[in-house]
Write a protein that binds this ligand. Sequence first.
Ligand code: HEC
Length: 300
Amino acid sequence: MFSKWSIQLKYSLIFILTLALIIAGLFIGIYNLKTAQLRNEAMASAEQVIAFRAWVANTGVVWVDHLAPGFRDFLGKRANHDNTMEFFSKNPALATRELSDIVSKTATRATFRVTSDEYRNPANAPDRFENAAIQAFKANRDVKYNDAYEGAFYRYAQPILVKESCLKCHGDPKDAPADVIAKYGDKRAFGYKVGDVRGIISVKLPDITLIDVLRTFLNPYTLGLIVLAFLLNFLYTHQSIIMRLKKLAQTTERIAQGELGLTLQDKPDSRDEVDHVQHAVGLLRNSVVVAMKRLQKTLS
Ligand code: HEC
């Protein structure tokens, strides 16, 4: 069935097929790379949260002189000596939760939240993925992160371990500031030791879709290089094989029609197959010449 197709057409199809296979290979590679890419992005996001939290925890709590709209939660309240000003304290978790809210509203990609199996604030309750991650970290302290794909999102979690500076509010309730006891009681989220898994930082990122990966190929450089590769292959097969074969076919036909004197370029040392065919045609032509001479001799 392929006899109706020219070598050029067949070769072009093979070229396109080869290209498609290579692109499919690259595609799978890039697609596999995406988890590593998303994980790095989530880790970078989590590290910033940890740094921010550590900054607040190292100072104990941060005091603010007024509560911004939408961020009205606070741990404790103090007035200055003549009662003309009020200050509000924000503990590390609260400050982090407010940061998380701001990020959720403004971020184009990564959003995060801090949660725990022993949450003091119901707004911090973990979801299914987060619960599973907390259990995994508790079961094995060597697990550094947990991740999964969920719908159109990549989910990532990293443990928050208890440090010395946390014990004031998460160790023995007796040591806890009165503000903490007053607001959350002395039951929840106490009794931790240094190194315990206190909770997790949970990061959510939009998944990288196949369309996103495809878009990386649709740039002028990649497309230009593909066109260049096609032109190179096309020109090579056209000039170096097809044109020479056509010429050889014409010459051979003319020889067959009796033009035995035609010169055929002969390169006996060439390793090029078209040259071999040309050489073979030359030999055939010579045999025909000899046979004709013999025939003429016998006839005359
Ligand atoms: C000044 C007291 C204080 C200190 C110090 C403190 N925490 Fe907390 N922590 C709290 C309070 C109060 C909450 C309740 C959360 C809220 O209001 O969102 C909380 C909540 C949390 C939560 C979130 C889950 C929940 O209960 O809602 C985690 C995780 C957490 N703390 C970890 C830590 C770690 C780790 C440290 C040390 C680096 C630390 N905390 C230091 C007071 C403190």
